[in-house]
Design a protein around this ligand. Structure first.
Ligand SMILES: [Zn+2]
Length: 116
């Protein structure tokens, strides 16, 4: 399992796919099992910003009670994001933590205070 998602469809189902040798630099190649895109290891999460709104929207739709297959439809038709239900399920697991921590800040502000 890798720690980043596909730059195109944000799927987390990524496999290693050999290496690309470029002079002195060796780049690890990866392939997305969802959209079959082959890409080099991303430098950061900047590229995810493009699809982040879609991920957030999908998570909200799912948490509002929509089934994974119903969340899938608008993503396919409106956003042209072709992902599997498994991927959406992984999004909700991976990103709902961030969404919750962002909306309920100031909950644990007593932690980490060491009185000497
Ligand atoms: Zn992909």
């Amino acid at each position: 399992m890798v720690s980043f998602s596909c730059p195109k469809c944000c799927a987390l189902d990524i496999v290693k796919r050999g290496k690309r040798y470029n002079k002195t630099i060796v780049k690890q190649l990866y392939r997305c099992n969802d959209c079959r895109l082959t890409f080099v290891e991303p430098d950061g999460f900047e590229r995810m910003r493009f699809n982040k709104e879609k991920i957030v929207r999908a998570i909200h739709m799912h948490e509002d009670g929509m089934s994974l297959s119903k969340v899938q439809n608008p993503l396919w038709q409106h956003d042209n994001v072709k992902v599997t239900r498994w991927t959406i399920s992984e999004w909700t697991k991976k990103y709902s933590v961030f969404l919750k921590s962002a909306s309920s800040s100031g909950k644990s502000n007593n932690q980490g205070q060491n009185s000497s």
